[in-house]
Ligand binder design. Structure first.
Ligand SMILES: Nc1ncnc2c1ncn2[C@@H]1O[C@H](COP(=O)(O)OP(=O)(O)OP(=O)(O)O)[C@@H](O)[C@H]1O
Length: 323
């Protein structure tokens, strides 16, 4: 991986640590009694600073819940979460809101751009709300990284979907947050705009030192990351460093093979082999498409691999010493 040229200044404590965010024994349950759902089941994870992490897993495996808990958008049932060195579990609403505003960036499928503001105003809006002056030089770097110079004074309705997405990316990057969370940030884009967007995110990690966590169903998107975490039934059951689209597909296949009789019924959650051939950023092809659709409904079979990386990949576990 390319070494970061510059560290985002982040919003406070912990910016020097190798871990940007972490969860310990994280449990998230929804509902009560018979309707209780355990969305996260004692998750331990460290998110590496200055790296691009993808979270993958079948529908309902807990990806969004994990991201929302890590980002302080959702409360936890048990366990602890830190952003940098700061524990956020137990923070009062006001402090949590300020922490999110100052230290975290978000890119969602709905870009949430304000229609009455132009692109530049949308990009600087979070800083304006926080009463912070944008760092002009940084802003310039971000805008040229995402290639928006020509469109800064256009309103969202005058921009293409891809350009709107770039504004959303620039907005997330502009305040130099300690960590950016994206929930399927390319979900609404065609493959070309999606690849462009992922390229921007990759560059922001390589050239701007950004930390990014992205939920995705797409092995091609995951291949832009430095590390892929695999969730199933609310647990992290595997991980892969330096993923390629091919390796992610292979891993998904391997995991799917132990997915039980229901495996194979959720074709919508993985791209076709042809799509992977067409898009893989590393230019390698995906040879093994048989049974890929199985990834959509994995169950207990995932456990056969044990937590974290049984079966390949580089494992640079950063888990710290706090329990
Ligand atoms: N607000 C909620 N109330 C009740 N159950 C919920 C709620 N949010 C999520 N869940 C449940 O928690 C589990 C994990 O959901 P989550 O959205 O995190 O999964 P996911 O992996 O992101 O799924 P997808 O890929 O379909 O978006 C699922 O069983 C889901 O139905």
């Amino acid at each position: 991986m390319t070494t970061a040229a510059a560290d985002p200044k982040g919003g406070g404590g912990g910016a020097s640590s190798a871990v940007a965010a972490s969860a310990r024994r994280l449990v998230k349950a929804y509902g009560q009694g018979e309707t209780r759902v355990i969305a996260l089941d004692h998750v331990d994870v460290d998110i590496e600073r200055g790296a691009f992490t993808a979270i993958m897993g079948p529908s309902g495996s807990g990806k969004s819940t994990l991201m929302h808990c890590l980002a302080g958008l959702d409360s936890v049932t048990e366990g602890r979460i830190r952003i940098g060195e700061q524990e956020i579990t137990g923070l009062k609403d006001k402090k949590l809101t300020r922490l999110r505003r100052d230290r975290i960036g978000f890119i969602f499928q709905a870009y949430n751009l304000l229609p009455t503001l132009n692109a530049l105003e949308n990009i600087t809006l979070p800083m304006d709300i926080a009463g912070r002056k944008p760092d002009r030089q940084w802003l310039e770097t971000v805008i040229s990284t995402v290639g928006l110079h020509e469109r800064l004074h256009h309103r969202p309705s005058q921009l293409s979907g891809g350009q709107q997405q770039r504004v959303a990316v620039a907005r997330a990057l502009a305040s130099r947050p300690e960590i950016i969370f994206g929930d399927e940030p390319t979900g609404n884009l065609d493959s070309r705009a999606g690849a462009e967007m992922l390229g921007f995110l990759r560059r922001s990690v390589d050239e701007l030192g950004q930390t990014i966590v992205m939920v995705t169903h797409d092995p091609v998107a995951a291949a832009y990351a430095d590390r892929v975490l695999y969730l199933a039934d609310g647990r992290i059951v595997d991980e892969m460093y330096k993923p390629t689209a091919q390796a992610v597909l292979d891993r998904m296949l391997r995991l799917a093979e132990t997915g039980g009789p229901e495996a194979g019924s959720a074709a919508g959650t993985v791209p076709s082999e042809a799509a992977v051939h067409a898009q893989a950023p590393d230019g390698r092809s995906a040879a093994a498409a048989d049974g890929l659709a199985a990834f959509g409904t994995l169950h207990d079979g995932f456990d056969a691999f044990g937590a974290r990386g049984a079966g390949g990949g580089d494992h640079g576990d950063l888990r710290g010493s706090w329990p």
